[in-house]
Write a protein that binds this ligand. Structure first.
Ligand code: ATP
Ligand code: MG
Length: 220
């Protein structure tokens, strides 16, 4: 409200300070939410809400959310959804979105030039679908490929590091992917870029209606 000038126009210095207050407030809130999320997952208190959702609408929304970030950093941002990805899948859309947003925000954060590409593919042979986030950023050294999925792990853990964040994003992401019955992996080359792949079980709408017994068991 102060920034909108509701209590009178702010001068440049005041506006700068209020902006910092707001940004720090948002950062604290994000941190608290991340810690709560992780604690909830570890206490097995995260209940998934699997429902049919429109796959293409989800990716369109993600594209809209990230466009300004891509534009601000001057990065190319593309979304590539395989034509044979079913229009509707069953899953916890909010949690899937959280996973992709975490991966995309890392991709944008650790890339200074080039592109970020989000892909969705389906693998009917093993009944899975995959979401891939590729970037042309700083990359991850081989020894760190497993470490980065642990809590509070960052390649640069010093207080003077160039990149913001707490090191919780990938830990939350991996936990969420696991409770959804999926897997996450990373391929990367230092200085060239990284590719994060999330594989999830492919649950079609008919599969849900065909198994009422299982649903009752879960509800009980
Ligand atoms: N796309 C990427 N390119 C290069 N390094 C990455 C990438 N994604 C993650 N990393 C490395 O893995 C570390 C852990 O990532 P994670 O998302 O868990 O934490 P963060 O982004 O540093 O902080 P937070 O997500 O809590 O804001 C990062 O600090 C970075 O060193
Ligand atoms: Mg992160």
């Amino acid at each position: 409200m102060l920034l909108m000038g509701m209590s009178g126009e702010l001068n440049e210095k005041q506006a700068h300070k209020v902006t910092r207050l707001r940004e720090n407030g948002i950062r604290l809130l994000d941190l608290i939410n991340d810690i709560l999320d992780l604690t909830r997952i570890e206490a097995r208190r995260v209940e998934l809400v699997p429902k049919p959702f429109a796959t293409r609408a989800l990716f369109l929304r993600l594209s809209g959310q990230m466009e300004s970030l891509a534009h601000d950093k001057g990065l190319e941002f593309a979304i590539n959804v395989a034509p044979d990805l079913p229009e509707t899948l069953v899953g916890d859309e909010k949690r899937i979105e959280q996973v992709v947003v975490n991966l995309l925000s890392n991709a944008f954060k650790f890339t200074q030039q080039g592109s970020v590409i989000l892909r969705a593919n389906v693998n009917h042979a093993d009944n899975t679908w995959a979401i891939t986030v590729s970037d042309t950023g700083i990359g991850i050294p081989p020894h760190a490929k497993d470490l980065i999925f642990e809590e509070f792990r960052q390649l640069d853990g010093t207080s003077t590091r160039a990149f913001k964040g707490t090191g919780l994003g990938l830990a939350i992401t991996r936990n969420l992917v696991r409770i959804m019955g999926g897997e996450i992996s990373v391929e990367s080359e230092l200085g060239k870029g990284s590719v994060f792949t999330v594989t999830l079980p492919l649950t079609l709408e008919d599969a849900v209606t065909e198994k009422p017994a299982e649903i009752e068991a879960v509800e009980a």
